[in-house]
Design a protein around this ligand. Structure first.
Ligand code: UD1
Length: 422
């Protein structure tokens, strides 16, 4: 049995939501615990499917992982395993984040190649090139990356062709135990990376340049387990902000950090929303039909690619015509055809999409292709006349804790339904 969401559009969302820890941080923090034997604890952990997948992966590597409400403890053995199997990596690409810690700590790793996914080809060349500069041997065999560093890693000057989040993280978590100093130039600057650096520093790592595109890592002999509170999920917070604007609603997003969402909130303001800071988050209120907004996605602090589907959903019913440019993932417009099924007027040319806003979308069956496209389709369903069915809603559960429950509390007409598999 699979699940889908049934939405009857028309509600203006109203009320408060609480944002939990960031998926894209917590998964990397969990992988980084492999760097030290003993028990680390991670708090503010969201209740999402991807955390369960990372739990499975770490358990297969010999860790004992225990979940309490909102936190996990991970007891890492002296000799962890070294293989991340294909069945887990294909479900969740962040599984490759064990590569850096395993090579650094035990000198070997076998990690399945993730293959393509619904948002593009997503190479691993920066990860491998960087690890090899740090002294590892790596090759590709039978669908696995086999990496070895029997004599340990050494510091190096690394430069990334593109500020890749995953490559920055894998190289950072390898360099912390390398002999000597490593620099990572053109590093990604996402808040999730700052969070990972802070966790590593708690473990005893020496890292300078947090939040900048030049990270300097002075390798240490060993690290200790640590206790860390994950930062709030800016993409979930941003999704709620767009939900308020799209439905002409009024949502207070508790735990959301305006400083992590400067550009998206500025865009929402130009769409006509009123954004105000609150004691522990921010509030987004919209009184009228939004104006269209031009957006180009870029690495942080640019506009996040993970909020691009929400931008398309908003522009689909906005007053005016907009151009949205996707600069991070080439396949990310795949879900446009689903929005068109709801009546959106969108033309895609390469990595540009031109959207002419219509007064009203009309409900139809659509399918989620990935986490964020799924959330974007739900937002579109909320403003579609009649019933929208979002098939393959498991994608959304990978990244949004209590999404349906929170939407219902805010006034949405949405239910989960079981569907017989064909
Ligand atoms: C992470 C996030 C994802 C977000 C993305 C960009 C997680 C689990 N996922 O993905 O939600 O959308 O950052 O903010 O944190 N690239 C290469 N070679 C490489 C590595 C990357 O060509 O070795 C390319 C990719 O194909 C892509 C671009 O670089 O076009 C950015 O990818 P990257 O920043 O690495 O994204 P992820 O870490 O996979």
């Amino acid at each position: 049995m699979s699940e889908r969401l049934r939405i009857i559009g028309g509600a203006r969302l109203h009320g408060e939501v609480q944002v939990a820890g960031a998926k894209n941080s917590v998964l990397k923090l969990m992988a980084a615990t492999l760097l030290a034997p003993g028990t680390s604890r991670i708090r503010n952990v969201p209740d999402i499917a991807d955390v369960a997948i990372m739990t499975d992966l770490l358990t297969r590597l010999g860790c004992v992982v225990e979940s309490q409400k909102g936190s996990v403890t991970i007891d890492v053995p002296d000799e962890p395993g070294h293989r991340a199997d294909y069945d887990l990596v294909r479900k969740m690409r962040a599984s490759i984040n064990v590569l850096g810690p395993l090579v650094a700590r035990i000198g070997k790793a076998e990690v399945a190649l993730p293959g393509g996914d619904a948002i593009g080809s997503r190479g691993l060349d920066f990860h491998l090139k960087g690890l090899m500069s740090l002294g590892a041997h790596a090759h590709n065999e039978h669908g696995y990356i086999i990496a070895n560093a029997p004599d340990g890693l050494h510091g190096a000057e690394l430069f990334l062709d593109f500020p890749s989040v995953g490559a920055t993280e894998n190289l950072l978590t390898a360099a912390v135990l390398a002999k000597g100093t490593t620099t990572i130039d053109n590093a990604a600057r996402e808040p999730d990376i700052v969070d990972l650096c802070e966790f590593l520093i708690n473990m005893g790592a020496r890292i300078d340049g947090l939040g900048t595109s030049l990270l300097t890592i002075h390798g240490v002999e060993c690290l200790q387990p640590a206790d860390h509170h994950t930062l709030p999920d800016r993409i979930v917070a941003g999704t709620w902000a767009f939900a308020a604007a799209i439905t002409k609603g009024d949502i207070t997003i508790k735990g959301g950090r305006v400083e992590d969402l400067e550009l998206p909130l500025e865009k929402l303001t130009s769409a006509g929303a009123i954004v105000t800071s609150t004691e522990d988050g921010f509030r987004v209120k919209m009184n009228s039909r939004p104006h269209s907004i031009d957006v180009a996605t870029l690495p942080y602090p640019g506009f996040p690619t993970d909020l691009q589907p929400m931008v398309l959903a908003l522009n689909a019913i906005a007053d005016g015509t907009a151009i949205v440019t996707e600069n991070v993932f080439e396949g990310r417009f795949m879900f446009v055809n689903e929005l068109v099924r709801l009546g959106a007027e969108i033309n895609v040319d390469g990595h540009h999409a031109a959207i002419r806003g219509v007064e009203q979308l009309s409900g139809a069956p659509v399918a989620a292709t990935d986490i964020r496209a799924g959330a974007g389709l739900v937002l579109a369903g909320l403003i579609s006349e009649g019933t929208t069915l979002v098939e393959d809603s498991f994608h959304i559960d990978r990244g949004y804790p209590n999404f349906v429950e929170d939407l219902r509390r805010l006034g949405a007409n949405i239910v989960r339904e079981k569907v017989e598999d064909e």
